[in-house]
Write a protein that binds this ligand. Structure first.
Ligand code: SF4
Ligand code: SF4
Length: 449
């Protein structure tokens, strides 16, 4: 039987065997914890603490009144040492709260202790926001916003992203293997909010034990509206639009939301945090990070308090066997190139990937051969070679007309291009230029009023 999938996509070497069998180990941080004020899409938070304050584990230390945002909570107890600019994963300097860990791990009251009773359905969204839950697959969109679809939309599917199609990463896979019950129970709690919906857990078939574990757990839940749906192995199966297509056969029109076609997509780790928040009142304070790559001495999956410096994760994995040519936060397809290891783990950090020149050779671009491979690979049905040409000519209107703003920056075109054209990078540049122009026009319009 053919498994569900989407058109286009690629099959890069998956590199998952380095950490697939590694049980998650808990890392206790040694140094200061650093919390950037923006770890999500939406409005950045403002600090609620000042230098010298004592903070407790799970205490809210930054928040905003904006709906599209999520608070930041301390992952240790200790003293606020500084609020100032620190380098973050993309290499930019952002305002961060720095906490000196006292090693006591003294708890603030839980969200349920604050509530003072067993949560009811009407409390769920408030608790999910209070817990600082965002899309833990990397997109970091605030989850309470996702679970509040626009008026009139009927949600028919909550699709759980357990695909983990990004090569080398195993944080979701290990969570499904080691903690299947919170994923199922978290999904059941979400389904209480959408009585017309069914829950579909989408997992690529290269994770047969995870499929088995979740199905085994489901067999304990009589009358559940949840099923596990194995998917074909193909990158980027875990992308929102690809998952919706392969589960429901529907395409999201440009500019539309998943809710417009009756879908909400949640990552498995996001469900785990929903379960923690609604059943135990525990907010987002840690996450699993795969520390992997061919130069890492002892690749591992680590459960890490948010704010821990990446350098401590690398040390816990035995350090580097040789100098890496590239260190990425995330996987090789969509990961962010890092300039320093002295940056903190944030909510969206799924992996640290360190590669040698053997596995991350820097390609030399040559002229386009008009072979069409990038077109066949593009899961968004774009013509990457045309987009590339338009951006290099600075024809951003042409880039937009050709659908460039629909590019999901998946990297498939670059991966498959025999001329090593930097197609994804030019699309990224094109999108940034169009957005900058839109902002400029909006400012001009506002000034005229
Ligand atoms: S990076 Fe953009 S243009 Fe290239 S394959 Fe992905 S969606 Fe298509
Ligand atoms: S894959 Fe590369 S060489 Fe082939 S058409 Fe696309 S840009 Fe040109």
């Amino acid at each position: 039987m053919r498994l569900p999938t989407f058109k286009g996509g690629i099959h890069p070497p998956d590199g998952k065997s380095l950490t697939a069998e590694k049980t998650v180990e808990v890392l206790s941080p040694k140094g200061d914890l650093v919390y950037p004020l923006s770890q999500h899409l939406g409005a950045p938070c403002a600090p609620l603490v000042k230098r010298g304050d004592r903070v407790l584990l799970g205490q809210k230390i930054a928040d905003t009144d904006a709906f599209v945002s999520a608070p930041i909570l301390a992952s240790v107890s200790g003293t606020v040492k500084e609020i100032g600019f620190r380098m973050t994963i993309p290499g930019s300097f952002e305002t961060c709260i720095v906490v000196e860990n006292d090693g006591q791990y003294e708890h603030a009251p839980t969200l349920l202790e604050d509530l003072g009773r067993k949560p009811e359905r009407g409390d769920y969204l408030k608790l999910i926001r209070a817990a600082g839950i965002v899309g833990m697959g990397g997109a970091c969109f605030p989850t309470h916003v996702k679970l509040s679809p626009p008026e009139g939309r009927v949600i028919r599917w909550i699709i759980v992203n357990g695909a983990e199609c990004e090569p080398f990463l195993n944080c979701d896979n290990r969570l499904m293997l080691e903690r299947p019950e919170p994923i199922i129970e978290g999904l059941e709690l979400c389904l209480e909010l959408f009585p017309d919906a069914e829950g579909i857990i989408a997992i690529e078939e290269n994770k047969p034990r995870s499929i088995e574990r979740l199905r085994g757990e489901l067999s304990e839940h009589d009358g559940s509206r949840i099923r596990v749906m194995p998917h074909a192995v193909k990158y980027p199966q875990g992308a929102e639009k690809m998952l919706i297509w392969s589960v429901t056969g529907q395409e999201i029109p440009p500019g539309a939301l998943p809710a417009d076609v009756g879908c909400i997509i949640l990552n498995v780790r996001t469900l785990y945090h929903i379960w923690l928040a609604l059943t135990q009142g525990i907010p987002v304070m840690d996450r699993i990070v795969s520390v992997t790559g061919d130069v890492v001495s002892d690749p591992k999956n680590l459960s890490v308090p948010l704010g821990t410096p990446v350098r401590e994760l690398v040390e816990a994995a035995g350090g580097f066997k040789e100098d890496p040519v590239k260190v990425l936060a995330g996987g090789p397809m969509m990961g962010i190139s890092m300039r320093s290891l002295d940056v903190p783990v944030v909510k969206g950090t799924s992996g640290i990937l360190a590669l040698s020149s053997r596995s991350a050779a820097l390609p030399v671009e040559s002229n386009c051969l008009r072979c069409g491979r990038c077109v066949a690979a593009c899961p968004m049905h774009l013509v990457p070679s045309d987009l590339d040409r338009a951006v290099r000519r600075r024809d951003y209107a042409g880039f937009e007309r050709a659908g460039g703003m629909n590019c999901i920056e998946c990297g498939c075109c670059t991966y498959d291009c025999p001329a090593s054209r930097f197609l994804t990078q030019t699309c990224r540049n094109g999108k940034a230029a169009v957005m900058a122009e839109r902002r400029k026009q909006a400012q001009k319009g506002a000034q005229k009023k």
